[in-house]
Design a protein around this ligand. Sequence first.
Ligand SMILES: [Zn+2]
Length: 395
Amino acid sequence: MQTKNEANRRLFLKWANLVGLAACFPVAIESGLTQTPVTDAVHPGGSSQSKQFRSPETILLKNYRPKSIYKIPITEIDKAKYPIIDMHSHPYPKTAQQIDEWIKNMDEVGVQKTVILTMATGTEFDDVYRKYSKYPDRFEVWCGLGLSGYDKPGFGPAAVKELERCRQVGARGVGEIHDKGEGLRSGKSKAPGMHPDDPRMDALWERCGELGMPVSLHVADPIWMYQKMDNTNDGLMNAYQWRLDNKPNIVSLPGMIDIFDHTLARHRNTTFIACHFANLDYDLTRLGEMFERNPNLYADISARYAETAPIPRFAAKFYEKYADRLVYGTDMGFDKPMYRVTFRILESFDEHFYETEQFNYHWSLNGFGLSGDTLKKVYHGNAARLLAARPDHAG
Ligand SMILES: [Zn+2]
């Protein structure tokens, strides 16, 4: 059972709230126990304290909180085995005091540097940049792209100009830019129907390359969100909240991967970091093929720990094979238990453990037991190489 500090509780409440909107799918009970009332069933609304009698017939999937029965070792990793560069985070803290707290947490868990993806331009970017400027060695603050005016003449030059200005302020990379199938988005700035391989984006991507600014690009979303929201949906608990199956006019996940592939081929001098394994966590072979084809592609592993931990042997093989192309990321706040779960999954050989409050899936997780060499590269080496490759001054 993980420690529930305040931040974690907040995260859990946030999730509980989200899941509260989810459909009610009773857990299938096949045995003859269905007529027997049980005690200590989880009460709808999240309280596991309830001693109410409740039939297994009425337990909802969203309230399912199984506990492992196995008497096997539990690995507690307070600090990562090697220093970390976190390539995917956001400006969660709003006050100077919270930023100090984040630094303390980073020190305790072994995170040397965090890349903050603001998605912002203009004064919004400048404000965030200023907030984090107290720790120039610990945080990198990346900018977004100004996409408004994408449908008007003069869009390219104007957006490039703002990119150059952000670079001048101190942005050394770009992100997180999203396209979940509806078109590009950078924070509040949206370009419906314009995808990354659109010729209108050429000038921007090319300039990112010239300025030595890597681009953190989030394409599509996990596969379950496109699938039917029924009792066969493997990731239902989260899929329902972020569902895309009810948006018939968006580009499909495979369609977005094709678009991403074209973008990578079209802009060879620009480095792209695919957020969350490019949402190919369900088909890592496909991501491997993309790595083979595209030397300008990296992928971050952020926020897909629970999605890869059910397949520990396959995932570990993938990590070992593409150890030079994967970078560590979190994307899940800044509390210590969050970091420590990621260490347990990457470093340990633990099996069948639940982290429902962190990830909100009903399934159990397993550690990958990655080798020291691979951990070093994923935690630090690849990101350090990528960041060091940037010119200090770019024309
Ligand atoms: Zn993110």
